[in-house]
Design a protein around this ligand. Structure first.
Ligand code: NAP
Length: 300
C-alpha cells in the first residue's frame, strides 16, 4: 500500500481517511465536469425531496452543495408530505423527459403512504444515480455496466485509492440491505473476493469475522464488531452511523479495539460517509458523459 491520503494512529492501523479521499474524488469530478461543460453542458442533477424529515433535509442540502461546488446544474424539487403516488411519479416522469437532467435522486425514506419501490423504479435507469432501480440492480448482479449505489461504490473507491486489492481475499459483509450490503457483496465478488454475507440470523458472526481478511460492517448496531473479532492485519470498513449514549457518532465497529488489530480501518465519522456523496457526484458525471456521448479521462 502506498496511500497518499492517510495517517496512522498509535495502534499503527492505517486510518483510511474518507474526508481526504472524498475530496480527491470530488476534485477529479470537478475537473471532468468542467471538461464536459466545455464540450457540451454541465452535468444536471435533480433531487426530489418529499416531506420535511430533518435528516433528509440535511442530506439533500449537502448533496446540493457538493454538486454545485463540482460545477453541476442542481435543482431540488420539494413536495409536501401528503403528496400522492401519482404526483411523485409524474415529477419523476417529467425529470426522465428533461434532457438537461442527467441524474435523478429521490431522497429516501419517502412518507409511508408512498410506494418507494414503485417511485424508484420509475426513474430512467440511465439517470438512476443512486443505482437503486431494478434495472441497475440486475446489471450489477449480472456484471454488466450500470450505475452502482453510492455507499458501496464509495467503499470500493476508498480501497482502490489506497491500493488495497480484494482479489483472493476472504471478505465478510455484515448486512444484506439493498442500499449497502448486497451491492457491496456483488462489487467484491466482481473484484474476485470470496464473499460471505452475514445478517441478523447469522449464528456465528464473530467466528465469520475472525476468519476475514476484510470486514465490511453495514448493520446499524453501534460498536457491534469488537476488536477480538478482527484478525490481525485485516482491513475494516465501517459503514454504520449510530449515536452512542453521549450523543457522539459511532460506527458499527468498536474503533479503538479494532484499530489495535487491523492493518487499515475507516473511522466514523470521516470514513465511508463522505465517500457516499463523492460517489453520487461521480455517478452523475458518468451518467451525464454517457448521455452526452462524451468520453472523459479521470477514473472516478
Ligand atoms: P438496514 O437496511 O437496516 O440493514 C441492516 C442489515 O444489518 C440487515 O441486513 C440486518 O439483517 C443486519 N443486522 C441487523 N442487526 C444485526 C446483527 N445484530 N447482527 C448481524 N446483522 C445484523 O441498514 P443499511 O441501510 O444497510 O445501513 C446500515 C448502517 O449503515 C446504518 O447504520 C446506516 O445509518 C449506515 N449507512 C451509512 C451510509 C454512509 O454514507 N456512511 C449510507 C447508508 C447507510 P436482516 O437482513 O436479517 O434484518
Amino acid at each position: 500500500m502506498t496511500p497518499s491520503n492517510t495517517s496512522t494512529d498509535s495502534s499503527e492501523a492505517l486510518v483510511l481517511d474518507g474526508k481526504a479521499t472524498a475530496y480527491a474524488v470530488r476534485s477529479d469530478v470537478a475537473v471532468d465536469a468542467a471538461a464536459l461543460t466545455a464540450q457540451g453542458r454541465a452535468p444536471g442533477l435533480a433531487v426530489v425531496l418529499v416531506g420535511d424529515d430533518p435528516a433528509s433535509q440535511v442530506y439533500v442540502r449537502s448533496k446540493d452543495k457538493a454538486a454545485t461546488e463540482a460545477g453541476f446544474a442542481v435543482s431540488t424539487i420539494r413536495m409536501s408530505a401528503d403528496v400522492t403516488q401519482t404526483e411523485v411519479e409524474s415529477i419523476v416522469d417529467q425529470l426522465n423527459a428533461d434532457d438537461s437532467v442527467d441524474g435523478i435522486l429521490v431522497q429516501l425514506p419517502l412518507p409511508r403512504q408512498l410506494d418507494s419501490d414503485a417511485v424508484v423504479d420509475r426513474i430512467a435507469p440511465e439517470k438512476d444515480v443512486d443505482g437503486l432501480t431494478a434495472a441497475n440492480v440486475a446489471r450489477l448482479s449480472m456484471g454488466r455496466p450500470g450505475l452502482v449505489p453510492c455507499t458501496p461504490a464509495g467503499c470500493i473507491e476508498i480501497l482502490d485509492r489506497h491500493g488495497i486489492d480484494l482479489s483472493g481475499k476472504d471478505v465478510v459483509v455484515i448486512g444484506r440491505s439493498q442500499l449497502v450490503g448486497k451491492p457491496f457483496a456483488q462489487l467484491a465478488l466482481a473484484r474476485n473476493a470470496t464473499v460471505t454475507v452475514c445478517h441478523s440470523r447469522t449464528t456465528n458472526l464473530a467466528e465469520h469475522c475472525r476468519g476475514a481478511d476484510v470486514i465490511v460492517a453495514a448493520v446499524g448496531v453501534r460498536e457491534l464488531v469488537q476488536g477480538d473479532w478482527v484478525k490481525e492485519g485485516a482491513i475494516v470498513l465501517d459503514v454504520g452511523i449510530n449515536r452512542n449514549d453521549e450523543g457522539k457518532l459511532v460506527g458499527d465497529v468498536h474503533y479503538a479495539s479494532a484499530a489495535a488489530r487491523a492493518a487499515a480501518i475507516t473511522p466514523v465519522p470521516g470514513g465511508i460517509g463522505p465517500m457516499t456523496i463523492a460517489m453520487l457526484l461521480a455517478n452523475t458525471l458518468k451518467a451525464s458523459a454517457a448521455r452526452q456521448g462524451i468520453q472523459l479521462g479521470s477514473p472516478a
